[in-house]
Design a protein around this ligand. Structure first.
Ligand SMILES: [Zn+2]
Length: 397
């Protein structure tokens, strides 16, 4: 790509942007280019916040601080709330990573997102501590700025299917808890799913649970239930497990949200394989030559829900980023069987690593489960609101 060659020739000693979050400061290396200083956006997100998702060949969405910033490769204009915002340079891809102009985070971000201030004298981007880590307020009051009656009453109630991963003999992953006790994924997913349901119902959303007890439900049946319910959204809740071959498996932590597509990285393939293993509890009929996963995946690539699912995943990640103690591992994509048959915007949320002691204790606590549930529900409703404003009403095929 020509852009990369030009850029490479212009790279000089990098300077830093400093992100301050309370007492924590993180230096973000800058690349000097002929179009001014630029930064690697994806690698800066853990410090700056928000979730970045690729929504088309050359388009990206950065959901951050309540703002939704759309970037297009090669175009020095961002789109925010339907408005064009000029950038000092066009975003570009360099070394396979999205490179964005510094002014995107020092000028545009503080103007359009909540909780950011840039101090030009010290070169510090300051995050308001409250915006970064405060617990999500009760969902009823979560969005006080939105006028309550801007749209007519919904003719059809909103329906969200909440899927607690695993169950019955399929315990999912297992991890350490204090006092020699063990955490089982199937218990955490059921607890968090219950909190998602409670929060959504408080927000006037109808909820269908794939399971409310410790029972085994086939992966394909979970999506089928969502289709029958004519759900607007399908949320599948899971717990992550570190690969034992990693350098420090017990240290891995954080949250990530997947939408259905082909896994692209080793890490995505790892999670895909773990979650699809549940199929072995279902007998042979699920591995059917007439129903190969890849065929459906290829079909789904053309699917209208792919982009919507990516948007929903970005909303969930951004919302979890405000309550979760672990790092934001980003929006990811993989070929999950549980999502294959759900014909609506669908995501699979890995709410944390059960293999990490601190994170397993938090996920097993009522406070942790409530924070996760409220956060996922808030993101889902914000997503549905936006979908309706765009004119689509969701629903089944
Ligand atoms: Zn799982």
């Amino acid at each position: 790509m020509w852009g990369a060659c030009i850029l490479a020739a212009w790279l000089v000693q990098p300077a830093n942007l400093v992100v301050r979050d309370g007492d924590l400061t993180t230096p973000i290396p800058l690349l000097e280019t002929q179009r001014g200083p630029m930064l690697r956006l994806e690698e800066s997100l853990q410090a700056i916040g928000g979730a970045l998702v690729r929504v088309g060949g050359d388009r990206y969405r950065w959901v951050v601080g309540g703002a939704d910033i759309e970037l297009t490769l090669g175009i020095a204009v961002a789109r925010v709330r339907g408005k064009s915002e000029p950038l000092t340079a066009a975003p570009t891809v360099f070394d396979g990573k999205l490179l964005a102009p510094l002014a995107l985070v020092t000028e545009l971000l503080p103007r359009v997102a909540l909780g950011y201030r840039y101090d030009a004298r010290s070169g510090e981007l300051r995050r308001a501590v409250l915006a970064a880590k405060a617990p999500v307020p009760p969902p009823r009051t979560a969005e006080p700025t939105r006028p309550p009656l801007v749209r007519p009453r919904q003719p059809v109630p909103r329906v969200v299917v909440v899927d607690a991963g695993h169950g019955g003999p399929d315990r999912g992953m297992t991890g350490p808890l204090t006092g020699g006790r063990r955490l089982y994924e199937k218990d955490i997913t059921l607890g968090v799913a219950g909190e998602v349901r409670a929060a959504l119902e408080r927000l006037g959303v109808k909820v269908v649970m794939t399971r409310t007890k410790d029972t085994l439900i086939a992966l394909a049946d979970r999506g089928r239930m969502a289709n029958e319910a004519k759900a607007s959204v399908f949320l599948s809740i899971h717990v992550n497990a570190a690969n034992p071959r990693w350098q420090n498996p017990g240290g891995a932590r954080g949250f990530e949200t997947y939408f259905l597509s082909e896994a692209k990285t080793d890490d995505e393939r790892r999670v895909e394989q773990i979650e699809n293993e549940a199929v072995k509890y279902e007998g042979e009929q699920e591995i059917d030559a007439n129903d190969p996963l890849l065929f459906i995946l290829n079909d789904m690539k053309q699917n209208e829900f792919l982009r919507e699912s990516g948007d929903l995943a970005a909303d969930v990640q951004a919302s979890l980023g405000r309550v979760h103690p672990g790092p934001n591992r980003g929006v990811k994509q993989a070929g999950f069987r549980v999502l294959v048959r759900a014909f609506m915007p669908s995501v699979l949320i890995e709410v944390g690593f059960g293999s990490n002691r601190a994170e397993s204790a938090w996920m097993a606590s009522p406070e942790g489960q409530r924070a996760l549930g409220n956060s996922i529900a808030t993101a889902t409703v914000a997503y549905l609101d936006r979908l309706e404003r765009k004119g689509a009403t969701g629903g089944g095929p």
